[in-house]
Design a protein around this ligand. Structure first.
Ligand code: 6PG
Length: 251
């Protein structure tokens, strides 16, 4: 099996969260501009990528990024209305999409109403339409880039500890009701995240240093430890998350 796992992934340690956002914005710009045809991204939610989205809404990126041939999907979302402060789609819309010339049809938010399982199946159908098939094929990645974060409990996307979705082998999208976080969520599953050229983990702050060490060591109890990509995985982290903050010895 080709591809990469979280233990062998490359790690880029940067000074600050702003430097992490800058690095990822430049990476996305380079890959999107070099891509032939449609460039497909799965966006992450939570607080860490906000700096990235705000940066890409600024002139240096807003005027040069190929918005017209980029398709934006979500790695996960909380099953709440878009105007909720906890909505990832609402967050990205207000920080990024409201400020750049992206065609509305290129934005694919996760559904936020109805039965969660029906919503997951409908988003799965959206992805299969974009892919052009309902079976993932090795060597034909669905995503060019999947952006992921890391929770202090080891979750990534909405792949939370102790949840049935962690065992999902066939569904592309599933719902999850975490026992340690608010809201029902929709999430991409491990197999569909693996159908990627690049998986980028954005992790910042000393509060993530311990869980990041466990995941980098492949601790099976951490959901993020099981992330794979048919392409490459990169950890884009700051000194705090690398345990290199003031007074900490580092890795
Ligand atoms: C979400 C995210 C989730 C996030 C982690 C880290 O919807 O919450 O997609 O997986 O990446 O919870 O969140 P922070 O960046 O806020 O620490």
């Amino acid at each position: 099996m080709g591809g990469q796992d979280v233990m062998t992934a490359r790690e880029v340690v940067l000074e600050t969260p702003d430097a992490v956002a800058q690095y990822v914005a430049d990476f996305l710009m380079e890959k999107a501009c070099a891509a032939q045809g449609v460039f497909r991204i799965a966006l992450s939610g939570g607080s860490t990528p906000r700096k990235l989205y705000a940066l890409m809404a600024k002139a240096g990126y807003a005027g040069r990024f190929p918005w017209d041939r980029t398709e934006f999907f979500y790695g996960d979302d909380r099953f709440v209305p878009a105007d909720s402060p906890d909505s990832n789609r609402g967050m990205v819309q207000s920080i990024l999409f409201a400020h750049v010339p992206v065609p509305p049809e290129n934005i694919h938010p996760m559904p936020d109403r109805g039965e969660p399982d029906d919503a997951a199946r409908s988003y799965e159908a959206d992805l299969q339409r974009a892919y052009g098939a309902d079976t993932l094929v090795a060597g034909k990645p669905l995503f060019d880039v999947v952006l992921l974060g890391l929770g202090e409990n080891g979750h990534t996307a909405s792949l939370f500890p102790r949840q049935p979705v962690l065992k999902e082998k066939t569904r592309w999208v599933a719902f999850c009701v975490p026992d340690d976080a608010p809201h029902t969520r929709l999430t991409l599953t491990y197999p569909v995240i693996a159908s990627s050229r690049h998986v980028l983990f954005l992790v910042t702050g000393p509060s993530k240093a311990d869980v990041l060490s466990r995941v980098r060591a492949g601790d099976p109890a951490e959901p993020a430890s099981h992330i794979r990509s048919d392409g490459e995985i990169m950890w884009i982290i700051d000194r705090g998350a690398a345990g290199q903050a003031e007074g900490k010895t580092g890795r």
